[in-house]
Design a protein around this ligand. Structure first.
Ligand code: OXD
Ligand code: MN
Length: 606
């Protein structure tokens, strides 16, 4: 389709303005077809950016290697440019929107020279669903076009729903690397240097401007930028929830079904939980979504969730048949891999894939790599944030209703993180506000000495939303509190805090995790119906020692330890929240949370 054929005058005008500013060689409106996807892959192959994998082993799969400056989300260059700094809040990077647009307009000027500008109409959520939202991404990256085909619903069908005057979120994206006449990328992943990357959000005008990165959440603007940062603002204004949560379906041996949603910081096994294979006989877990949930109230007063995405953009290292067999099955075909290692027979390999490197590899830098198991300091062959992008429909555990436009009714929210001490295996909130408190204190142990944080430190990431909330976190907590105040609490999801990562004094994990987590999910399932052995404690409602059937290798005393309420540990936890965590949110921290903190402290002291 040509730009002149666009029926939505606002969209047409915006595309024409972008074209005039960025001076691409050509403009294409994406139709979302398989032929278009194949052409994007071909263009990147011809530019030396994509390697086709062995069709006998990984049919329809390709591998890309990015630039070392462009391997992950860049939080330091991610901006919430609301009119007032106070609306972005102390935990977001704020820049005055007019100043930021001025800077970025100069970067965008002529930035697409020598490239095609793609106009990508996409729907987050099933096309036409009441809960879905439409975005249009303008991008000069065919890798982005192909990835958006997997991660969202792209094409003409979206323009049909948009009509002549529908609402869409305009998303500008450029890799920031114009080409001179006759120049090709020639195998060099195009992007701008680190100090020229900008991932900007304008919450009042619902706009996204991204420049300089071609990777992940910086460039596939439907995911973190629209579905979380902009959608969180829409949700606040419209009374719903846009959350960094998985959605799973669980069926008990009697055939009863519930849907559970859960927020976990990055690197806590969220995708594994969403695709869990239960060890508990008779129970079944299916996947609705692995990263984001949009939830609105139905006429019956219950919260209904959709997964706004159409694919999984998962971290490859550590994914194997033990940790996540369903993910391994999902990524066998039609998958875009980025920054994993390549084997001699053109298959993929990564650290933690479950077997040794089969011979000589090409690492994510494009260099020859031979595994040396004696060298603990050998740099990895796959980048630790290397990814797969795979269509969700390929997951063997995908729930049949995963694309139901009405969404699925949520019975429970889980919050969790990696907490080697103090936090019990599972703990049910006494009521909604206590649950909001639990969400507000989510934290996780830093596993690798990452960037500026020492390993072993607990980094708090409330609701796993700290990097993804498009407004002031204090107001975000308030929004959650208000949801409870303005709805029938008996119909709201019950809230639980879980921790699969408790360690014993010898530093070993007490709980085996993975499929065995189904035992905890079963308790949660029963608690939603007011069943299951439970005890009231100072910190919430925990299972009685025999309420959860013990997996192999977990002794009676292990079970006691993992369910134990560590009074001294919790006192230290409360003190840390009071002194180091809550002050980060400034004067917008809702007083209700301090009241909750005081009440728990009082119970611990009594
Ligand atoms: C993600 C993240 O990539 O949360 O999903 O970092
Ligand atoms: Mn995520």
């Amino acid at each position: 389709m040509k730009v002149s054929e666009l029926k939505h005058s606002g969209l047409k005008k915006w595309v024409e303005e972008a074209q005039a500013l960025m001076s691409p060689e050509a403009v294409e409106v994406c139709d979302g077809s398989q032929a278009e996807y194949d052409r994007m892959i071909l263009i990147t192959k011809e530019a030396g950016l994509a390697t086709e994998l062995n069709p006998a082993k990984k049919p329809g799969c390709v591998l890309y290697r990015s630039d070392p400056s462009d391997v992950a989300r860049v939080e330091a260059s991610t901006y919430i440019a609301s009119k007032s700094k106070d609306d972005a809040g102390p935990t977001n990077n704020w820049v005055d929107p007019a100043a930021l647009k001025k800077t970025m307009t100069e970067l965008y000027r002529g930035c697409m020279k020598g490239r095609t500008m793609y106009v990508i109409p996409y729907s987050m959520g099933p096309v036409g669903s009441d809960i879905a939202k439409i975005g249009v991404e303008i991008s000069d990256s065919p890798y982005v076009v192909a990835s958006m085909h997997i991660m969202s619903r792209v094409g003409t069908k979206v323009l049909d729903v948009l009509g002549t005057d529908g609402f869409f979120v305009p998303c500008l994206h450029s890799v920031g690397k114009p080409l001179a006449p006759g120049e090709s990328d020639n195998g060099q992943w195009p992007c701008a240097p680190l100090d020229k990357k900008y991932i900007s959000h304008f919450p009042e005008t619902r706009e996204i401007w991204s420049y300089g990165s071609g990777y992940g959440g910086n460039a596939l603007l439907g995911k973190k930028c629209l579905a979380l940062r902009i959608a969180s603002v829409l949700a606040r204004d419209e009374g719903w929830l846009a959350e960094h949560m998985l959605i799973l379906k669980i069926t008990n041996p009697e055939g009863e079904v519930k849907y559970i949603s859960g927020a976990f910081p990055s690197a806590c096994g969220k995708t594994n939980l969403a695709m869990l294979i239960p060890t508990l006989p008779g129970w079944k877990v299916e996947t609705v979504g692995d990263d984001i949930a949009w939830m609105k109230f139905g006429a019956d007063g219950r919260l209904y969730a959709i997964n706004p995405e159409a694919g999984f953009f998962g971290v490859a290292p550590g994914t194997n048949n033990e940790s996540n067999r369903n993910a391994m099955e999902s990524i066998k075909k039609n998958t875009i891999y980025t920054n994993v290692a390549l084997t001699e027979d053109k298959d993929v390999w990564w650290e933690g894939i479950g077997y040794d490197a089969p011979g000589k590899l090409i690492d994510w830098h494009g260099k020859e790599w031979i595994q040396d198991k004696n060298n603990k300091n050998q740099p990895p062959a796959a980048h630790p944030n290397s990814r797969f992008a795979a269509p969700a429909r390929q997951c063997p555990a995908i729930a049949k209703e995963w694309e139901d436009p009405k969404g699925v009714p949520i019975s429970a929210f889980l919050f969790g993180g990696r907490r080697p001490k103090t936090i019990p295996l599972v703990n049910q909130a006494k009521n909604w506000i206590h649950g909001v408190f639990m969400g507000s204190i989510v934290g996780s142990e830093v596993t690798a000495a990452a960037l500026d944080v020492k390993a072993g430190v607990i980094r708090r990431d409330p609701f796993a939303m700290l990097p993804f909330c498009g407004y002031n976190m204090g107001d975000y907590f308030k929004h959650w509190i208000k949801i409870g105040q303005s709805h029938d609490e008996s119909k709201l999801p019950k809230i639980f805090f879980v921790n699969w990562f408790r360690k014993n004094d010898g530093g070993k994990f007490i709980w085996p995790g993975y499929g065995e987590n189904s035992r905890v999910l079963a308790w949660i399932f029963d608690r939603c119906d007011g069943k299951g052995g439970a005890m009231e404690t100072a910190i919430g409602t925990v299972p009685t020692p025999d309420a959860i059937a013990r997996p192999n290798g977990v002794s009676e005393s292990d079970m006691k330890e993992i369910l134990n309420v560590d009074i001294e540990g919790w006192k230290a936890e409360i003190a840390d929240i009071r002194k180091n965590h809550y002050p980060k949110f400034g004067d917008k921290l809702p007083k209700e949370l301090l009241v909750e903190l005081d009440a728990i402290e009082k119970r611990l002291n009594s």
